[in-house]
Design a protein around this ligand. Structure first.
Ligand code: NDP
Ligand code: MG
Length: 387
């Protein structure tokens, strides 16, 4: 593989920083041409000094923000120009590692400009699945969208060995999060500090909260449906507390393929960057002798009702998944701000979905309108449940 130019949207986040670590590990393979952050100007400027991109953007910045003189080689935007960066940057690959539906427009703009999308930002696919998949069809037999989310990367990796055979089942594994063994009343009363103690993965705060509420897995069911074109009932979530089996695919003959590894996002990040090749990611293989056991259990819908909502939203069609996603973003933010306890997160999302149903999803504007409406309704419900 020759040198690839890569743009990293959300470079100051957990995925963004690990992406840049891999770029630094293999400087002969990657050149970083664009970087974006939302509010962490200090780290963004450091990254600009180290990686010397041509363009950078502080999406939550103020136009008056003056960049330091020593980064004058870089075209710097101090306002929300994510879409413009995705479109204008000189890159082969666009790592979309921003959090939330903010990534949707930029993903589509980057794709329209011919970039290959490396997608960590699952909310983009949940909200705009049909639009994104239409924009990301294969070109000359090559994928134009590669998943980064560990479960979906695992499925993608297993699919390399599937040949022409049809996948009959996807087993999506879930660590179970910090509340896996808690009673329902304890989970409902849990607060942000408790939710942020994830047992196996180190990630950004929003996805860590989503992992505790199980909305992360709900979003991943929807993500899998779009990426792999399977029916929702072909996707089964399995709780696997060790997070070593990252997901599995099953075939008609009863065979199941799994992808294993220690829980470290550098593996799926680098695989997306180098597909179909594998390079040293800095991650060791698991010490199987030391791993006492790998266990699997069914998901408990009473204590974690979020998954059921994902199947419901998929069944409703239209922009129901965009509604679910937007309501969850509002609820997760309120939970992170200690405004509500865990039980209310589900309530905000389920009531928003019940109120709005499945608005039109025929265009980007329609999806973004559904997102706006869902945020407004979710905020109303939030005020009611807070009272
Ligand atoms: P982080 O919160 O750590 O980082 C988010 C990044 O996006 C930061 O660079 C942040 O900038 C930027 N950002 C925040 N808000 C906005 C906005 N409104 N517009 C543009 N940029 C914004 O998140 P993660 O890295 O954990 O997650 C990124 C995405 O990847 C999420 O969609 C998540 O679900 C997905 N993912 C993450 C995994 C992980 O291990 N972390 C695993 C699988 C998927 P700033 O730092 O300035 O705030
Ligand atoms: Mg995941």
């Amino acid at each position: 593989m020759s040198l690839r130019k890569i743009a990293v949207l959300g470079s100051t986040g957990s995925i963004g920083r690990q992406t840049l670590d891999e770029c630094a590990r293999h400087p002969e393979r990657f050149r970083v041409t664009a970087l974006t952050a939302h509010s962490n100007a200090g780290l963004l400027f450091e990254q600009i000094r180290q990686f010397r991109p041509q363009i950078a953007c502080l999406t939550g910045g103020k136009p008056v923000t003056v960049p330091p003189e020593d980064i004058s080689f870089c075209r710097f935007y101090a306002a929300d120009q994510l879409e413009r960066v995705a479109e204008d940057c000189d890159a082969d690959d666009l790592m979309v590692a921003v959090v939330g539906v903010a990534g949707l427009r930029a993903t589509l703009a980057g794709r329209k400009a011919g970039k290959r999308i490396l997608l960590a930002n699952k909310e983009t696919l949940v909200a705009g699945g049909s639009l994104v998949m239409n924009a990301c069809r294969e070109e000359n037999g090559q994928p134009t969208l590669i998943p980064v989310d560990s479960e979906h990367s695992a499925i993608w990796q297993c699919l390399q060995a599937a040949g022409p055979n049809r996948v009959s089942k996807i087993y999506l594994t879930a660590s179970g999060g910090p509340f896996r063994t808690w009673a329902k009343a304890e989970i409902d009363a849990a607060d942000c500090a408790q939710a942020l103690k994830h047992p196996t993965w180190s990630m950004g705060s929003k996805i860590t909260v989503d992992s505790a509420s199980m909305f992360n897995k709900a979003l991943e069911i929807i993500e899998a449906k779009w990426l792999f074109d399977v029916a929702p009932e072909q996707i089964q979530v399995l709780v696997h507390p060790q997070s070593v089996v990252h997901s599995m695919i099953g075939f008609e003959d009863g065979a199941v393929l799994a992808q294993l590894g220690v829980p470290d996002m550098r593996v799926p990040i680098l695989y997306a960057m180098t597909y179909p090749e594998r390079l040293n990611s800095g991650v060791p293989q698991p010490d199987f002798a030391a791993l006492a056991q790998l266990t699997f259990e069914a998901q408990d819908p009473q204590r974690f009702p979020a998954l059921k909502l994902a199947y419901e939203a998929l069944g409703m069609g239209g922009a129901a998944c965009a509604v679910l996603n937007a309501a969850n973003e509002v609820a997760a933010q309120a939970f992170l701000a200690d405004r509500i306890r865990m039980g209310k997160v589900y309530r905000v999302v389920s009531e928003t979905l019940a109120r709005l149903g499945a608005p039109d999803a025929g265009s980007l504007e329609a999806v973004l309108e559904a997102d706006r409406q869902a945020r407004a309704v979710a905020k109303e419900i939030l005020e009611q449940v807070e009272a």
